[in-house]
Ligand binder design. Structure first.
Ligand SMILES: [Fe+2]
Ligand SMILES: [Fe+2]
Length: 348
């Protein structure tokens, strides 16, 4: 069951990132402290306050708004904008179960939320998913803003996805990914989960698993530069729009190359994941031996993911059918790898 979070804030515009992060745990209701309340309290599992508690009136307002939730014993996480004793006292006065700095790094915040919600450390898969998803958000935001990619976020994401693959429950991973409402995150996390499980099934050593999963996380990073109007277009793309989408492997490749912080295999996979062994792919029309194994694996996971993805406008394809589409692609894909991929996605 999704965990619902109630975020109370006096700065809704700045809290958007926090809201996105909290949404990873389940539906997140945002209450603007300065607006009248609508409806009764929702059945939330966690309360988060992002309010300036140095303002006495605001403290009273938060207390009033949360009174009923607090009576039900819901945990309250208070994010403070400075660590003064006065604010800490105020936070305690409104019944904070945990107090953290508002500018805490994403990972630390996630760890703390995980600790509050699962004191016994239950639901490891969900925690890994949340960590990977938050890292994905940081990577895509940095890529779309033209900044350098946060390497630590990538490593955190890869680590979380590989640990999830260790649990050998690809189905649970896919269920969580499908619940994600952003198509690009959904796709990248899906390809990454499949690739991690594929590398695990092939018995790859840890270093190679890291490369495969990193390549999967980053393979479509160039899409962060494709205008959203094109990326999210429901209907058929025009020839010009299609040409823009097809630039994403080269864009991503240049992005990673410029930063110089990524393994050669990862950079190659970003540029070449739409290449086919028979030379019919793009952007370079590479053939056979020009396409390394890691890239061949990402290509298989990428196509399979696109087929089984859930969208509001399309029914997902069943696993057996999706796998048979890959088989029907014949000389385009690596037959041995495709055979090895079968037990990863199909049981029996
Ligand atoms: Fe792609
Ligand atoms: Fe892709």
């Amino acid at each position: 069951m999704p965990i619902a979070v109630l975020l109370i804030t006096d700065r809704p515009e700045q809290s958007v990132k926090l809201e996105r992060l909290l949404s990873l745990w389940g539906p997140c209701d945002v209450v603007d402290l300065h607006r009248p309340v609508q409806g009764g309290p929702a059945p939330n599992r966690l309360l988060v306050s992002d309010v300036d508690l140095s303002d006495r009136i605001a403290v009273e307002a938060v207390r009033d708004r949360l009174a009923e939730h607090r009576r039900k014993g819901m945990p309250l996480l208070c994010l403070l904008r400075d660590q003064s004793a006065r604010l800490t006292t105020q936070a305690n006065a409104i019944g904070a179960s945990a107090i953290l700095p508002a500018d805490l790094p994403t990972k630390a915040l996630l760890d703390e939320i995980g600790r509050i919600l699962n004191p016994g450390g239950a639901m490891p898969m969900q925690r890994q998913f949340v960590a990977a998803s938050a890292a994905m958000a940081d990577l895509l935001t940095a890529a779309s803003e033209g900044g350098s990619l946060p390497v630590a976020a990538l490593e955190g994401s890869v680590e979380a996805i590989n640990r999830a693959a260790d649990d050998r429950d690809l189905g649970a991973w896919l269920d969580m990914v499908w619940n994600h409402d952003d198509a690009t995150y959904q796709h990248c996390l899906l390809v990454a989960g499949l690739a991690a499980a594929f590398a695990h099934a092939l018995g790859f050593p840890e270093s190679a698993r890291k490369l495969v999963t990193s390549a999967a996380v980053l393979h479509d990073i160039g899409k962060a530069r494709v205008p959203l109007a094109i990326l999210h277009k429901r209907g058929k793309l025009t020839v010009e729009e299609f040409a823009i989408v097809r630039e994403h492997p080269q864009t991503g490749y240049e992005m990673l190359l410029r930063q110089g912080a990524f393994a050669r295999e990862v950079v190659e996979a970003t540029r070449s994941h739409h290449e086919y062994l028979d030379g019919s792919g793009y952007p370079q029309g590479l053939k056979a031996n020009e396409i390394p194994d890691i890239v061949r694996m990402i290509t298989i996971c990428d196509i399979y993911a696109a087929l089984i993805e859930r969208r509001s406008y399309k029914e997902p394809m069943a696993p057996e059918e999706a796998y048979s589409v890959l088989v029907a692609m014949g000389p385009k894909l690596d037959a041995d790898l495709l055979r090895a991929f079968r037990p990863v996605v199909l049981s029996g």
